[in-house]
Design a protein around this ligand. Structure first.
Ligand SMILES: Nc1ncnc2c1ncn2[C@@H]1O[C@H](COP(=O)(O)OP(=O)(O)OP(=O)(O)O)[C@@H](O)[C@H]1O
Length: 781
């Protein structure tokens, strides 16, 4: 650091003039922003008026057209034109609204950085100011603020003083970085300003990390670190795997990366083409403000559970939380085989053999009114007629087309059946009018002709279920097919035949009750997709998977298959292992890069932890076998406390006291447990003492302030000012608790309290215990 001005403490007098000059510039920029805000407000009001006008016009035209205009085709196209006008007006209004929001954000803090660069072709150095969005002066000749994502802003994050280079449309350009200055501007006033040679000065980071507000994640645009910047600005890799220790900014970084990508590929990428797999619904809510605070729309977000629900409509698929609650992390050997990359390869091999006629393809009846409308044998015969040189998906498409044609022919027959005629007779006048569509009774030569037409229309409507069944491939029996696959020597000799038979039986039993165990999900989906040639989604350009250690290799391979055109960014921490046994970071990185073979993979490791105080991180890292590699950030706080008690009443009293202690300093205190049952039990114990206590479940999306009780798996990706680990006894945490304990401890930003009823779990190594302030409560309360 070269020069330092701290407004809260003593101000270095020599820099007062500099500070004055900078504040003057801030005032000038804010004045410009005010002018532009006024202009944007009037433009928005005008656009809003315009939207209302076209909407009204559309409403009137649509109703006129429906009742009075004869020429339906013409009126439809007029309506379509009007509809487009409405959506264009709404879009325009939306753009203006976002511009206004950006200006309002800039008004509070127009920028956070300044770089002075000397271009070799210029006489004078140029000062550039960097903020969350770009801002031009009134006559659009000069940038008052550069967007942090502009190519030249890269210098701010990467460059140290001296020679630097940056991208321009005509290639890489060299320059000299003469000064790098950082500001904290609050409500238009500079509260902190200093010159630095680091990526981002420590002081700024200290301030950013010292905040006590954990309801929503904040953007980190002003304090992005060098190694994070590499992740944010990488556009070459089709697979980026980031292994980052707890609190190293993985989530923050990917959100910044999404904002960066949206800025740079404005014309070809929109937020709907990006999907983020998030660990739970609370997390989705927690990060929801980051992109809007950077002036961007949120990407799509989905949890694994939500994704599987959509892929298995009508089936109750076991969630990873349910499985963890039932069996913990000790997956059976069968589960390990089924969730491996080799097993997914076995699915591909099986489908390949299917194509060459080495296995039978299974068909199902398509039923209508509880009778087979197309029998499985009939469908099978049609399929068999298709050229065997064709791929299975192509033969299925041809089978589908044949079935649709047969359905059309059968519709006429159904129209004459008694039950349909009876239904027709029972229709109300309004229903008949609806069935008539654009026709009128006068259009028919006599009543019989009208009746024939109506019967055909009704048959068509009733048979839509059959058309949907054909469209959705219900004529294929995937249940039988999958069982056939399981029984087909796909286990590489790793599982006994009796175990496989028991597995198949269990699968069939669940199927009858419309249930599916998670372990079957990835191979089943892969089998179905490879047979039908469907299921892939080519629209998504980027897929982000947070908490990668919570996904089986099989599931990640399936995602790769589904999002065939997308670039992947996968991030997580192998040591925050809740659902699978703990793996060392290097092992996980190596495994993933082999399994998800990519053309330009990039592996990045983040070892600096930012979230927690030095004392909390020192404890958390000493739980891990390779924890010495983790770097704690030097923000100090109190030592984590461990209180051990040996009587339930005393433990309860300690818990209540710990919550009170937390609430004294922080608005939110999170009590973490291993299971949902434990969380509920604690809620029952405490709810009489604390009116603002909430027990969170997997369905919850919001985190209110106050006392929160939740199992650790719902706290994934989140952070809290004060964390209480409710009971860290061996009994409460279960076996292999290292990953669990590490995850829980690393959720705390400022305060960590650990309680134990009885001896603590083995995960507390001697080294870890030395980082704690330990109290033994030997008495009863
Ligand atoms: N460069 C940075 N500037 C300011 N704050 C940062 C920076 N990097 C990370 N942080 C802060 O550190 C905390 C942890 O970040 P984040 O949640 O992104 O980490 P993570 O690696 O995803 O954590 P975990 O794996 O433990 O869930 C957040 O409060 C975040 O705002």
């Amino acid at each position: 650091m070269i020069k330092y001005i701290h407004l809260k403490g003593a101000i270095v007098l020599a820099d007062q003039a500099d500070l004055k000059r900078e504040q003057k510039r801030v005032d000038m920029v804010i004045h410009q922003i005010d002018v532009q805000i006024e202009r944007a407000k009037s433009a928005l009001a005008a656009a809003h008026k315009e939207t209302r006008a076209v909407e009204q016009n559309y409403g009137e035209n649509a109703s006129i057209n429906r009742y009075e205009v004869d020429d339906i085709a013409e009126s439809r196209s007029a309506i379509e034109q009007q509809r487009q006008l409405v959506s264009r007006a709404a879009e325009n209004e939306d753009i203006l609204r976002r511009q206004l929001q950006t200006l309002q954000t800039l008004r509070k803090s127009p920028y956070f950085g300044r770089i002075d660069i000397q271009d070799p072709d210029e006489k004078e150095p140029e000062s550039l100011y960097i903020g969350v969005a770009s801002l031009m002066n009134d006559d659009k000749t000069d940038f008052l603020v550069y967007d942090w994502r502009a190519p030249i802003s890269g210098i701010y994050y990467n460059g140290t003083l001296g020679n630097v280079s940056y991208q321009t449309p005509s290639g890489l350009r060299q320059a000299k970085l003469l000064k790098k200055r950082q500001f904290t501007i609050v409500d238009g006033k500079i509260t902190n300003m200093f010159d630095t040679n680091e990526t981002v000065g420590d002081e700024m980071l200290q301030n950013a990390l010292g905040h006590t507000d954990d309801a929503y994640m904040q953007n980190i645009v002003a304090t992005i670190q060098h190694e994070q910047n590499d992740i944010i600005r990488n556009t070459d890799s089709d697979l980026m795997i980031v292994q980052g220790v707890a609190g190293s900014g993985k989530t923050s970084t990917i959100l910044q990366r999404i904002a960066y990508l949206l800025y740079h590929a404005k014309a070809s990428l929109n937020a709907d083409q990006i999907v983020l797999f998030s660990p739970n619904r609370l997390f989705s809510q927690y990060i929801s403000q980051v992109l809007p605070s950077l002036g961007e729309r949120n990407m799509r977000q989905v949890t694994l559970d939500g994704f599987l629900k959509r892929r298995f409509e009508g089936l109750d698929v076991e969630s990873i939380f349910d499985r963890y609650e039932k069996v913990g992390i000790q997956g059976s050997p069968v589960q390990q085989v089924m969730e491996s990359a080799q097993f997914m390869q076995a699915v591909a091999n099986y489908c390949n053999q299917l194509r060459h006629g080495q296995h039978e393809l299974f068909f199902a009846d398509v039923s209508f009114r509880e009778h087979p409308f197309f029998s499985a044998d009939h469908v099978k015969a049609i399929f068999a007629e298709q050229p065997s040189a064709m791929s299975i998906p192509d033969r299925i498409i041809r089978t589908k087309n044949r079935l649709i044609r047969e359905l059309q022919a059968k519709t006429r027959k159904v129209a004459q059946q008694d039950w349909l005629q009876k239904e027709l007779n029972d229709l109300t006048k309004l229903q008949i009018l609806h069935l008539m569509g654009k026709h009128h009774l006068d259009d028919f030569k006599d009543e019989q002709a009208a009746n024939r037409y109506l019967a055909r229309r009704l048959a068509h409507e009733r048979l839509r279920v059959v058309a949907d069944a054909i469209y959705n491939n219900y004529f294929l029996n995937f249940n039988a097919q999958y069982q056939n696959f399981l029984g087909n020597n796909v286990w590489g000799g790793q599982v006994e035949p009796e175990t496989v038979q028991a597995l198949i039986k269990d699968f069939q039993h669940d199927w009858e009750y419309h249930r599916l165990k998670l372990v079957h999900a990835a191979p089943f989906m892969m089998l179905r997709d490879l047979i039908t040639g469907e299921g892939q989604n080519h629209d998504f350009q980027y897929v982000f998977i947070d908490e990668m250690q919570d996904y089986s290799p099989a599931m990640l391979i399936y995602f790769r298959h589904v999002f065939a055109n997308a670039k992947f960014t996968i991030l997580g921490d192998s040591e925050q292992a809740l659902f699978y046994p703990l793996a060392l970071p290097e092992q996980l990185l190596q495994r993933l890069s082999v399994e998800l073979h990519a053309k330009h993979p990039r592996l990045i490791t983040l070892r600096q932890s930012y979230r927690s105080t030095y004392e909390i991180t020192s404890f958390a890292k000493s739980l891990l076998p390779d924890g010495h590699l983790i770097r704690a950030f030097s923000r100090h706080g109190e030592k984590p406390q461990l209180t051990m008690s040996y009587h339930r009443d005393q433990w309860q009293a300690d818990l209540t006291a710990a919550v009170r202690r937390g609430l004294k300093s922080y608005p939110t205190v999170a009590i973490l447990t291993r299971t949902e049952g434990q969380a509920q039990a604690i809620y029952s114990l405490l709810h009489q003492h604390f009116h603002n206590i909430t027990c969170l479940s997997a369905d919850d999306k919001q985190m209110p302030a106050g006392v929160l009780v939740l199992p650790a798996y719902l706290a994934k990706g989140l952070e809290f000012d004060s964390v209480i680990i409710a009971n860290s006894s061996a009994q409460a945490l279960g076996p292999d608790a290292t990953g669990l304990l590490y995850t829980m401890a690393s959720r705390a930003m400022h305060q960590l309290t650990i309680l134990s009823l009885g001896p603590v779990a083995d995960a507390f190594t001697d080294k870890a215990s030395r980082q704690l302030q330990i109290t033994h409560q030997l008495n009863k309360a």
